[in-house]
Design a protein around this ligand. Structure first.
Ligand SMILES: NC(=O)c1ccc[n+]([C@@H]2O[C@H](COP(=O)([O-])OP(=O)(O)OC[C@H]3O[C@@H](n4cnc5c(N)ncnc54)[C@H](OP(=O)(O)O)[C@@H]3O)[C@@H](O)[C@H]2O)c1
Length: 362
């Protein structure tokens, strides 16, 4: 049998992208020997520079990038890949860029499948979403993005398989954010002010550098929207009812001023905690519900009080937990739980998408 040859261009070598290269280099030999697939990372880039060289076996690829990367230009990349010969080309979007998705069309038309950790392409307006799928279909290319929701957890694949096999999904509910999971798990367990928990989460690197990006609820809302669209619902981001956890007067202004005023958040969160029924805890939950056979579903992201013994109530650490309710499973949802963020599990999820594509579609 002929060895399959897969060429990868990796855009973004930050936390996720660089961890992916490290994981790949460790697993590479085994993949060639056991699965007869030869994967090469033929180009890697950050936002300014690109290295047009195979780093698959480079021991110190960071040093090679520093020494030999050139100014980054998509045309250079396209010209370069047209000189290489392989069975399949994959572009990986491991950027956090809002503009990089504008390159997807050119990449697909140039023969690339796309794998993305970046949520942007799936959360822009529905016209963009549909146009991208049309381009993919016309060019017989795939777009995989398992890590868009729950990092390495198999959430999108599970939902897609259920939906494609005709199982009626009636509700999806869960804690989608590792940082907000930690914050409310700790706040419910400990008798300390909210600001102290939030500061600890920021110090441990669980939140974005400006924790307002987590507390606004937008990231959770994007994940919920991605799942809704997997069910063929035509929701837009603006349809989502989001409870923003930042007081209105603190939503603007610089990060330092916000971080210096965290204690001003304490009273309202303590009030929400005290107002709960006995044995209940607070969780920041995304909920997709309503008649999911209509063109649009109901999407709500909010702070809710749940019984401590429930699946959501017993969450610990930074775990994500997603409940999938379907007709066959009845009142007992299918539950997927585990680390929902972090470079290592996310890179492993991207790696899973590479292998899925390499094994089934190359
Ligand atoms: N970390 C997680 O736990 C996690 C979980 C799930 C999904 N994700 C998603 O994974 C993506 C990457 O996350 P990260 O934590 O690795 O981010 P990061 O550390 O900020 O790295 C982003 C990388 O993308 C590069 N970049 C930015 N714009 C680019 C462009 N236009 N073209 C090429 N490269 C560009 C950056 O280059 P510069 O250094 O030059 O700016 C950097 O190398 C994000 O979309 C994130 O939402 C992350």
């Amino acid at each position: 049998m002929k060895t399959k040859k897969i060429h990868i261009v990796l855009f973004g070598i930050g936390n996720v992208g660089s961890t992916l290269i490290d994981q790949f280099q460790k697993a590479n030999q085994q993949i060639v020997e056991q699965q007869d697939i030869q994967i090469e990372f033929i180009a890697i880039s950050n936002s300014k520079k690109i290295l047009l060289a195979d780093i698959s076996r480079e021991e110190d690829w960071r040093q090679t990038f520093e020494a030999s990367a050139i100014t980054y230009d998509l045309e250079n990349v396209l010209n370069y890949v047209s000189l290489t010969h392989c069975d399949q080309l994959i572009a990986i979007d491991a950027t956090a860029s809002t503009s990089f998705v504008q390159y997807y069309d050119r990449l697909i038309q140039h023969g690339f499948h796309i794998i993305s950790a970046n949520k942007i392409a799936n959360t822009l307006d529905f016209d963009f979403y549909n146009a991208l799928r049309k381009t993919l279909k016309e060019n017989k290319k795939l777009f995989l993005y398992e890590t868009n929701v729950g990092a390495g957890l198999p959430i999108i694949d599970t939902i897609r398989n259920l939906h494609d096999s005709g199982e009626n999904i009636t509700r999806i509910r869960g804690v989608f954010s590792g940082s907000l999971s930690y914050i409310f798990n700790q706040f419910s367990n400990e008798d300390v002010p909210f600001s102290r928990i939030l500061k600890a989460a920021a110090d441990k690197g669980y939140t974005e550098p400006d924790p307002r990006e987590d507390l606004s609820g937008n990231d959770v809302a994007r994940k919920l929207l991605i799942l809704a669209r997997e069910l063929d619902l035509q929701n837009e981001f603006d349809d989502i009812d989001i409870e923003n956890l930042i007081p209105v007067d603190k939503r603007t202004g610089n990060k330092e001023a916000f971080l210096n005023s965290l204690t001003e958040l304490d009273a309202s969160f303590q009030e929400a905690k005290n107002a709960q029924e006995k044995g209940h805890v607070l969780r920041y939950v995304g909920d997709l519900y309503g008649d999911l056979f209509q063109p649009k579903g109901n999407l709500k992201v909010s702070l809710v009080s749940v019984p401590q013994e429930s699946s959501l109530g017993s969450l610990k650490g930074t775990d994500a937990l997603i409940e999938i309710f379907t007709e066959s499973y009845g009142d007992q949802p299918m539950v997927i739980q585990g680390a929902g963020a972090g470079a290592s599990v996310t890179a492993r999820g991207v790696f899973g998408d590479i292998m899925r594509l390499a094994k089934n579609h190359a």
